[in-house]
Design a protein around this ligand. Structure first.
Ligand code: IMP
Ligand code: MG
Length: 181
């Protein structure tokens, strides 16, 4: 285990199993349709890569990046698009793939923006959800795991751009970000 990780929440094996289950739900729900997956960079790149390889429905992928101004371990209500999609989503069945839903600030803004582009349908798949932290309501269609209010890293998730490469999801030691143990 990495020295900055306090506890492993989900092992590689647990993540693999849950991703397979989510993909099975998505394959069933979108049977007979074509799906456009939108990954929100950077945190969701690992989840997206694993999820897409379990999908059997025809799909395309696109990427966008947002920064929610705010530092440390929380986002702010101000969201900026730093990289927009390459494709037009109008008339497409769109599934947004996110790493984690926390306050909901980022996703409520993003979903509103995407809805205005008139997709045929718009759903949200997030690997992790921290319901206790919600400030803005966001409708979740597919959730990997609900987790308590702790700052987690690994499997794409970062703290200050580090730890994305860890193959598991772990709780970061609060001492790393100057919090209380
Ligand atoms: P929200 O706007 O507060 O919902 O924040 C969503 C974004 O904050 C996520 O896409 C992550 O990039 C980041 N975030 C929230 N909680 C965590 C965490 O526990 N670990 C790593 N990143 C997090
Ligand atoms: Mg993110």
């Amino acid at each position: 285990m990495h020295k900055d990780v306090k506890e492993i929440l989900f092992s590689e094996e647990q993540l693999k199993q849950r991703v397979e289950q989510l993909a099975a739900e998505i394959n069933r729900d979108y049977a007979g349709q074509e799906l456009m997956l939108i990954s929100v960079l950077r945190g969701s790149f690992v989840f997206m890569a694993d999820l897409v390889r379990e999908l059997t429905v025809p799909c395309t992928v696109d990427f966008m990046a947002v920064s929610s101004y705010g530092s440390g371990t929380s986002s702010s209500g101000q969201v900026q698009i730093t990289k927009d999609l390459s494709e037009d989503i109008s008339g497409q069945h769109v599934l947004v793939v996110e790493d984690i839903l926390d306050s909901g600030n980022t996703l409520s803004y993003l979903l509103e923006l995407l809805r205005a582009r008139k997709p045929a349908s718009l759903r949200l798949c997030t690997l992790l959800d921290k319901p206790e932290r919600r400030i803005k309501p966001v409708q979740l269609d597919y959730t990997g795991f609900s987790i308590p209010d702790a700052f987690v890293v690994g499997y794409g998730l970062d703290y200050d751009e580090h730890y994305r490469n860890l193959p598991y999801i772990g709780i970061l030691k609060p001492s790393v970000y100057g919090g209380e143990e």
